[in-house]
Design a protein around this ligand. Structure first.
Ligand code: UT7
Length: 333
């Protein structure tokens, strides 16, 4: 039985330079800055310009994670790329990142799990490191939403929420108890899979998409917002508690919670429900919107840069998203 454990060696993030404000959106659909801020907390988001894809953004985030971790590209043993918005239908985007970074002929996993994808990726990387098979693994969350959103009043309930961006963590072997990934808990429940999804194109249909599908906006994401909201404010506290019990932690023992950035109101409600003081949760959805699999590493990267996460701190990552999926990771940074 191997005794290896993993730790985060470095975190990187990248968002495209183009800022799209709520007022920009109000010019092309019936919405307002006030409505968006009141319901979601979002003030602006970043959207890519044509030609910039998830792989390019991910490569930038990974380059920073490698620099921070002090590990050369040639020493990366595996890559996990989480996204719901792959650059092309196939192959998975991971190999494009591998090519951009000049990595070796290493395994490149592409995974989904939407907003929970980054934590699922961490769990997978952790298992490979614990087994002793690999030493250095890049876990990436990268999303380009903007090219797949209905930028009209019809799609306003979803479109105003999403942003583009990438985040990455370099996982390596832990050498002591002060910096270590302690636990991951992963969950899924497909009962309500259709309350947050994009229906077309679909390989179960022939052809995969029709003009009628497009007229019915089936190629755009749809969400039953209130039901998703209720699931989120139930599942996120539960999975946080699950991690606390596993690790024998009290709320006082946690230095920082980094929640998935879907809605500031959801995260504020989660904090209130469990009695977490405001300063122990970092949010940045105000600037970036919901970047799905990228949101946790982007938020964690910012919290580290601001000094809100210090080496050795007890950090909890929690996520909830389409699938439905939800998960937590506890670590000593
Ligand atoms: O990351 C994946 C997980 N995602 C989530 O966790 C998101 C969960 N859901 C939510 O965050 C919220 O449900 C939303 C922010 C999406 C929406 O907030 P809501 O309070 O549930 O609003 P609603 O959908 O019930 O809409 C209220 C009203 C409606 O008008 P009527 O029917 O009351 O006349 C909507 O048509 O607001 C209208 N509306 C808008 N108005 C202005 C919907 N979108 C917009 C908009 N601007 N962008």
């Amino acid at each position: 039985m191997s005794t290896y454990r993993s730790r985060i060696l470095g975190v990187g993030a990248y968002v495209p330079p183009r800022v799209v404000t709520n007022d920009d959106l109000a010019k092309v659909m019936e919405t307002s800055h006030e409505w968006i801020v009141e319901r979601s907390g979002i003030e602006e988001r970043r959207w890519v310009d044509p030609g910039e894809g998830g792989a390019e953004m991910a490569a930038k985030a990974c380059t920073e994670a490698l620099e921070k971790g002090g590990v050369a590209a040639k020493d990366v043993d595996m890559l996990v790329y989480a996204t719901l918005s792959p650059d092309v239908t196939f192959p998975g985007t991971g190999v494009f990142v591998q090519r951009l970074l000049g990595l070796g002929e290493i395994p490149c996993y592409d995974i989904r799990q939407q907003c929970t994808g980054f934590i699922y990726g961490l769990a997978m990387a952790d298992a490979f490191i614990r087994s002793g098979q690999y030493k250095n693994i890049l876990v990436i969350g990268s999303e380009v939403h903007s090219t797949g959103l209905d930028v009209s009043t019809r799609g306003r309930d979803v479109t105003v929420l999403f942003g583009d961006g990438a985040g990455a963590a370099l996982l390596g072997r832990a050498t002591d108890d002060a910096h270590v990934l302690l636990s991951t808990h992963l969950h899924a429940d497909g009962k309500d899979a259709e309350i947050l999804w994009t229906e077309s194109p679909a390989s179960r249909n022939h052809p995969r998409i029709t003009a009628a599908d497009m007229d019915a906006a089936k190629h755009y994401p749809t969400m039953v917002g209130k039901r998703v909201f209720k699931h989120a404010v139930t599942r996120m506290p539960m999975v946080l508690m699950e991690g606390m019990v596993t690790n024998g932690l009290k709320l006082d023992d946690i230095d920082m919670v980094i929640p998935h950035q879907a809605n500031l109101r959801i995260n504020q409600m989660v904090a209130k429900m469990i009695g977490l003081p405001e300063h122990k949760m970092h949010n940045n959805i105000q600037k970036y919107g919901n970047t799905t699999a990228a949101s946790i590493p982007i938020c964690m990267h910012e919290a580290i840069a601001l000094g809100k996460i210090q080496p050795g701190n007890m950090v909890a990552l929690i996520a909830f998203g389409a699938g439905l999926t939800w998960a937590s990771a506890f670590l000593r940074y």
